[in-house]
Design a protein around this ligand. Structure first.
Ligand SMILES: Nc1nc2c(ncn2[C@@H]2O[C@H](COP(=O)(O)OP(=O)(O)OP(=O)(O)O)[C@@H](O)[C@H]2O)c(=O)[nH]1
Ligand SMILES: [Mg+2]
Length: 397
C-alpha cells in the first residue's frame, strides 16, 4: 500500500486531495468558512507588522436581536452586612450526670459585603439595588458553635469609587483583585458556655448576635471610556459609534434619541481595544441642568479623551464647538481642554464642503471630515484615535 502511494504522480495526488476536500465540504465535515478564516488570520498578521496598529472590522456580525444594553457608570445601593448568629443559653443534663453544666454554643459571624475589582467587569449594570450578605448561624446546645457566613464578593470594574450618601469616601479600587469592605457583618453572640468560670459555674446568659452594618452608598466609575463623543443632539454621535464598533445605540432624526450612554469597543490589529462612549446630546445651558443636565456632563468627566462631533449640515458649526466647550468649562474648569479631536460629520450633505472649509479656517485644530452614515473618512479618524489613546490614556485626570 505504502509503495503504491509513493508511485503515484504528484498531480494525481493533488487531484485526489481536492476531490476528497470537496466531498468533505459537501457533506459538511469541514465548515465552508475555514478558507476565509485562514485568509483573514493571514491578513491580520501581515497588517500587524506595520508601524501604526490598524483598526480591524468586527469579526462577528452584529446580532439581529434588538436588545440594546446601555452602559451604567453610577448607581445608588443599599448595602447590608449579615447579622451575627445568636449565642445559645442551655444547660446539659445527662442520665448519669444530671448537672453537667452550661453547654450553649456561640453564634457564627455575619458575612461582609466586599467589592472586588475585576477586569472582566465593565459596567455597574449588574449591581442590584439592595445587596445583603448572609447571616451567621446561631449556636446550639452541646457546645455546637454556629457557622460563620461566607463573605459576599461582588465584582466591580477597576476604577470604581464607593462613597456614602453624604459623599464621604469609603474606598476606591484601582487594580485587578483589589478589594474594599463596604459593609461589615455583625459578630456572633457568645453562648453561655463561654461565660463559664470558677466564680460562675452556671452562667445563665447568652448574647444576641450583632446587627450587620447597613449603608446607603453611591458607586461610580472613575473612567467610563477612553474617548467620549460629545456634540449637540442630532450631530450623528450614535451613527458614528455604530459605524466604528459593534455597539447599537438607537439612531433617529429627532433630538435626545440617546438618553443613556453607550460604550462601543474599537479593535486594532495588535489586539488593543479602545472604548468609545456615545454620550447624550448637550444643549446650551446644560451646566445649569437644562436638557438632560448634569447627569451626562458627569459622564464626560470620566472620559480620557474627547471627540467633539459637529454637524456640517447646520449653518455655523463652529458656534456649536464654542458652545460645547463653554458648557464643559462651566461644569468643571479645564474639562474642555482634555486631549481632544474635532469631527465634522454629514460630509455627504449638499453644501457641507463649503461649511467644512470655513470651519477649518475658523479653528486652528485639524478637523476630521466624515460621513458616519456612509462610513466615509472613518479610517484617518480611527488612526488618530489610536494615537491619542497611546499618548494620553493612563494620564491621571
Ligand atoms: N446625511 C447624513 N445623515 C446623518 C449622518 N450621520 C447621522 N445622520 C443622521 O442624523 C440623524 C441623527 O443621528 P444620531 O446618530 O441619532 O444623532 P445623535 O448625535 O446620536 O443624536 P442624540 O442621540 O439625539 O444626541 C439621523 O437621522 C441620522 O441618520 C451622516 O453622516 N450623513
Ligand atoms: Mg444618539
Amino acid at each position: 500500500m505504502g509503495r503504491s502511494l509513493m508511485l503515484l504522480q504528484p498531480a494525481v495526488c493533488l487531484r485526489a486531495a481536492s476531490q476528497l476536500y470537496s466531498i468533505a465540504v459537501r457533506q459538511r465535515l469541514i465548515p465552508t468558512s475555514t478558507a476565509y478564516t485562514l485568509h483573514f488570520c493571514g491578513a491580520s498578521r501581515a497588517a500587524s507588522t506595520s508601524a501604526t496598529p490598524k483598526h480591524i472590522k468586527p469579526r462577528k456580525p452584529k446580532g439581529d436581536t434588538h436588545k440594546v444594553r446601555h452602559f451604567v457608570d453610577y448607581k445608588q445601593l443599599v448595602v447590608r452586612g449579615g447579622n451575627g448568629g445568636n449565642g445559645c443559653m442551655s444547660f446539659s443534663s445527662e442520665p448519669c450526670k444530671e448537672w453537667a453544666g452550661p453547654d450553649g454554643g456561640n453564634g457564627g459571624n455575619g458575612g461582609h459585603v466586599i467589592f472586588e475589582a475585576s477586569t472582566n467587569s465593565k459596567s455597574l449594570a449588574h449591581l442590584k439595588p439592595v445587596v445583603k450578605a448572609e447571616d451567621g448561624i446561631r449556636g446550639r446546645t452541646k457546645i455546637c458553635h454556629g457557622k460563620n457566613a461566607e463573605h459576599l464578593y461582588i465584582e466591580v470594574p477597576v476604577g470604581t469609587i464607593i462613597k456614602t450618601e453624604g459623599g464621604t469616601d469609603i474606598g476606591s479600587i484601582e487594580k485587578h483583585g483589589d478589594v474594599c469592605v463596604v459593609a461589615r457583618g455583625g459578630a456572633g453572640g457568645k453562648g453561655n458556655h463561654f461565660f463559664l468560670s470558677n466564680e460562675n459555674r452556671a452562667p445563665a446568659k447568652g448574647e444576641l448576635g450583632a446587627k450587620g452594618q447597613e449603608l446607603r452608598v453611591k458607586v461610580e466609575l472613575r473612567t467610563m471610556a477612553h474617548a467620549g463623543l460629545i456634540g449637540f443632539p442630532n450631530a450623528g454621535k450614535s451613527t458614528l459609534l455604530r459605524a466604528i464598533s459593534r455597539a447599537r445605540p438607537k439612531v433617529a432624526a429627532y433630538p435626545f434619541t440617546t438618553l443613556n450612554p453607550h460604550v462601543g469597543i474599537v479593535e486594532y490589529d495588535d489586539y488593543e481595544q479602545v472604548a468609545v462612549a456615545d454620550i447624550p446630546g448637550l444643549i446650551n445651558g446644560a451646566h445649569q441642568n437644562r436638557g438632560l443636565g448634569h447627569s451626562f456632563l458627569r459622564h464626560i468627566r470620566r472620559c480620557a479623551c474627547l471627540l467633539y462631533v459637529l454637524d456640517l449640515s447646520v449653518d455655523e458649526p463652529w458656534t456649536q464647538l464654542n458652545d460645547l466647550k463653554f458648557e464643559l468649562e462651566q461644569y468643571e474648569e479645564g474639562l474642555s481642554k482634555r486631549p481632544h479631536a474635532i469631527i465634522g460629520n454629514k460630509l455627504d450633505v449638499e453644501g457641507s464642503e463649503e461649511t467644512l472649509a470655513e470651519l477649518k479656517a475658523r479653528i486652528d485644530l485639524p478637523v476630521f471630515a466624515i460621513s458616519a452614515k456612509h462610513r466615509l473618512g472613518i479610517e484617518p479618524l480611527l488612526d488618530h484615535l489610536r494615537k491619542m489613546y497611546d499618548m494620553h490614556v493612563g494620564e491621571s485626570f
